[in-house]
Design a protein around this ligand. Structure first.
Ligand code: B12
Ligand code: SF4
Length: 497
C-alpha cells in the first residue's frame, strides 16, 4: 500500500533557532516499511503545502498519516486533512503523535469526517496493524486507535527501542535541518520517557512515567549511520543513568565515530554525574540545553522541578568547567510585571549562558491543565506554542508582549548580536562556503519573527477550530495514572526521581 507520512510546518521558535528532522515519523515509517508498504515522508518544515498537494496527486497514497506532536499545529493538520478528504475521498486519513494523543475525540469532532481515526501513543507497533485493518469496522478495537464510533484499549509501549531505527533516507532536503551553528544537524534517540513529573510537562504523562533505553550497540550503530557531522539528541533528559552514557560512548569510540553533539538534560543530573558529561565533551559534546525554568525556590516548587536554585547554579558552573556551551530556559508567567522581566534581563546579562524565555502554558496532558485556576484567555490552538500568553496577564496584553519581546531581544542580541557574530563569523563563512546557510539566515531573522505587533495580532485572528477548555480547575492534583497515555509494562522501567 502507498502511505504518505506528513510532518506539519514549524512553529515560531523553530523559525529562528532550529529546524530538526521528524524522528518519530521516521521511526513509524521504518515499522510501516518493514510491513511491506511503499512509504514516503514529507516534512512541511522544509516543504510547502503546494508540495504536499503535488505529492498527493503524483504518489496517490492509499493512506495519509499526519504527525501531531504540537498542539499549535492542530488547525493546519485539520485543514490539510479536510482538503485531502475532498481531493481523495477514498484515502484513509489519520493522525498520531504527542498532542493529538491527549485530545483524540476533540480532533475527530473538528475533522467532521475528514479523519478516519486518531492514533494515541507510540506509532511503531500500531502503525502496521492499523494499515492492515483499513476497511475493518472493528478498527477501534485496536490499542490506541480512536474513531468516532469508539476507542480501543490503552496503547502498547514498544518493548525494545532498538527495533525500528529511523528511516532517515526518507527525509528529503536534509541539509535544511540545523540547530544554531550545528548546521546541518541530524537527530538521534538514546532513551525514551522521563521518570520525573514536572507539573507543566506532558513528556512523563505520555509515557506513563517510564524510562526506556536503547542498547549501547544499537544507539552507537544508529549514530554511526548518520551522514551529517552534527547530532541533536532528542532524549528528554540525557544520561539519567550515567553508565548507559558511558557504554554508548565506548561503542562510538570503538566505531571511530566523531560528531558534534547537542543534548538536553536536567541540572541535578549534570550535577550528580559530571563525569559522563565530561567524557562526552571529549567525544564531541559542544552544546547543552538545561531547563532551569525558574530563578527562585518558589517557582521551582510550583513547577515541581524537584531541584533547588543551588543545584541549578552548581550545574551551570560544572558546564562552564567542562567547557560546554549552555542554553537555559526560564518560564515566564502571565502574571509577570515589568519588574520581573527586568530581573531576568539583568540576571541573563551577568551570565555567559544563552537564555531562552518561554511563556507558561497549560497543555492538555499536563497536571496544570487540570489545576490551573485562571481561565484560558484563548481557545486558539495556534497560540499554544509557549511564545504566546493564553492565561490572563497582569500587564495589559500588548504591554506583556512588549516586555517579553524586549527581554527576548536583549537575550538574543547577547548571543546573536554583533559581538557574538564576530565570534562566529568564521563558522558562518565556512558554512556558507559549504552551501549551509541555515545558521547565517537565523542571525537576521529574529526581528521579523519575534515582535509585539505580530504576537499581539495573533490573538485577533479568526478561530476556525476552538479548543475544548479544561474541566473546571480542581484544588487537588489529578491522579498521575489518569493523565497517562501508556501504562508502564513493569515497575523496572521507572527510576531515579
Ligand atoms: C525533541 C523535541 C523537540 C525538538 C525536535 C522537534 C521535531 N522536529 O521533531 C525541538 C528542539 C525542535 C523542539 C521544539 C519545540 N518543542 Co519539543 N519536544 C521534543 C521532545 C523532547 C521529544 C520529541 C521526540 O523527538 N521524541 C522521540 C520520537 C521518536 O518520538 P515522537 O516524536 O513523540 O514520535 C512518536 C509518537 O509521538 C508517535 N508519532 C509521532 N508522529 C506520529 C504520526 C503518526 C501518523 C503516528 C501513527 C504516530 C506518530 O510515534 C512516534 C514513535 O513512537 C518532546 C517531548 C517528548 N518526550 O515527546 C518535546 C515536546 C513535543 N515539545 C514541546 C514544545 C512545547 C516545543 C516548542 C513549542 C518549544 C519552544 N521552546 O518553543 C518547540 C516547537 C517546535 C516546532 N514544531 O516547531 C512539547 C509539546 C507541547 C504541546 N503539547 O504542543 C513537548 C511535549 C515537551 C514538553 N515539555 O511538554 N522539540
Ligand atoms: S524533567 Fe523535563 S521531561 Fe521530565 S517531566 Fe520535567 S520538564 Fe518534563
Amino acid at each position: 500500500m502507498r502511505v504518505l507520512l506528513v510532518h506539519p510546518s514549524p512553529l515560531m521558535y523553530s523559525e529562528v533557532y532550529l529546524r530538526l528532522e521528524p524522528l518519530g515519523l521516521e521511526r513509524v515509517a521504518t515499522a510501516i516499511r518493514e510491513a511491506g508498504h511503499d512509504v514516503r515522508l514529507l516534512d512541511l518544515q522544509v516543504f510547502s503545502p503546494r508540495d504536499y498537494f503535488a505529492e498527493l496527486e503524483s504518489f496517490a497514497p492509499r493512506a495519509v498519516g499526519f504527525s501531531l506532536n504540537y498542539l499549535a499545529n492542530v488547525p493546519e493538520v485539520l485543514d490539510l486533512a479536510r482538503e485531502t478528504r475532498r481531493l481523495r475521498p477514498d484515502c484513509f486519513i489519520f493522525t498520531g503523535g504527542h498532542s493529538g494523543s491527549f485530545i483524540a475525540p476533540e480532533l475527530l469532532e473538528h475533522a467532521k469526517g475528514a479523519l478516519d481515526c486518531v492514533v494515541r501513543g507510540e506509532g511503531e507497533l500500531i502503525g502496521p496493524r492499523l494499515l492492515e485493518a483499513i476497511g475493518d469496522p472493528r478498527l477501534d478495537t485496536l490499542p490506541g486507535v480512536v474513531t468516532t464510533r469508539g476507542a480501543g484499549p490503552t496503547p502498547i509501549m514498544l518493548d525494545d527501542l532498538d527495533r525500528y531505527p529511523p528511516a532517515r533516507d526518507l527525509t528529503r532536503r536534509r541539509h535544511k535541518y540545523f540547530i544554531g551553528v550545528l548546521d546541518p544537524c541530524a537527530s538521534a534517540e538514546f532513551t525514551r520517557g522521563c521518570p520525573w513529573d514536572c507539573s507543566f510537562c506532558s513528556a512523563w504523562t505520555f509515557y506513563g512515567r517510564s524510562y526506556r533505553k536503547a542498547s549501547p550497540e544499537a544507539a552507537a550503530e544508529d549514530v554511526a549511520r548518520i551522514r551529517e557531522p552534527n547530532v541533536f539528541l532528542v532524549d528528554d533528559v540525557a544520561f539519567v543513568h550515567p553508565e548507559h552514557g558511558f557504554a554508548i560512548g565506548r561503542e562510538l569510540e570503538r566505531r571511530r565515530v566523531r560528531k558534534q553533539y547537542y543534548l538536553e538534560t536536567r541540572c541535578d543530573v549534570l550535577a550528580r554525574n559530571p563525569e559522563v558529561f565530561e567524557y562526552w565533551r571529549r567525544l564531541g559534546l559542544n552544546y547543552m540545553f538545561l531547563g532551569l525554568e525558574s530563578l527562585d525556590e518558589e517557582g521551582l516548587k510550583l513547577h515541581r522541578k524537584r531541584v533547588s536554585p543551588g543545584e541549578n547554579f552548581k550545574a551551570l558552573e560544572i558546564a562552564r568547567r567542562i567547557g560546554v556551551t549552555v542554553a537555559v530556559n526560564i518560564i515566564a508567567d502571565a502574571d509577570w510585571d515589568e519588574k520581573r522581566f527586568a530581573v531576568v534581563r539583568e540576571w541573563a546579562l551577568t551570565i555567559p549562558e544563552i537564555v531562552h524565555l518561554t511563556v507558561a502554558t497549560p497543555y492538555p496532558g499536563t497536571e496544570i491543565w487540570h489545576t490551573e485556576s485562571r481561565r484560558l484567555t484563548s481557545l486558539d490552538y495556534r497560540l499554544f506554542d509557549v511564545q504566546h500568553a493564553v492565561l490572563p496577564t497582569r500587564l495589559p496584553l500588548e504591554r506583556f508582549y512588549d516586555e517579553l519581546v524586549k527581554t527576548q531581544a536583549v537575550l538574543s542580541r547577547k548571543h546573536m548580536g554583533f559581538a557574538a557574530l564576530r565570534a562566529t563569523a568564521g563558522i558562518a563563512a565556512r558554512l556558507a562556503l559549504q552551501g549551509q546557510t541555515n545558521f547565517l539566515k537565523m542571525l537576521w531573522k529574529f526581528g521579523s519573527v519575534y515582535n509585539t505587533k505580530r504576537q499581539y495580532g495573533d490573538h485577533f485572528k479568526p478561530v476556525t477550530y476552538a479548543m475544548q477548555p479544561p474541566p473546571a480547575a480542581s484544588a487537588s492534583r489529578p491522579k498521575a495514572r489518569d493523565l497517562f497515555i501508556h501504562m508502564q509494562a513493569s515497575a523496572t522501567t521507572r527510576s531515579t526521581a
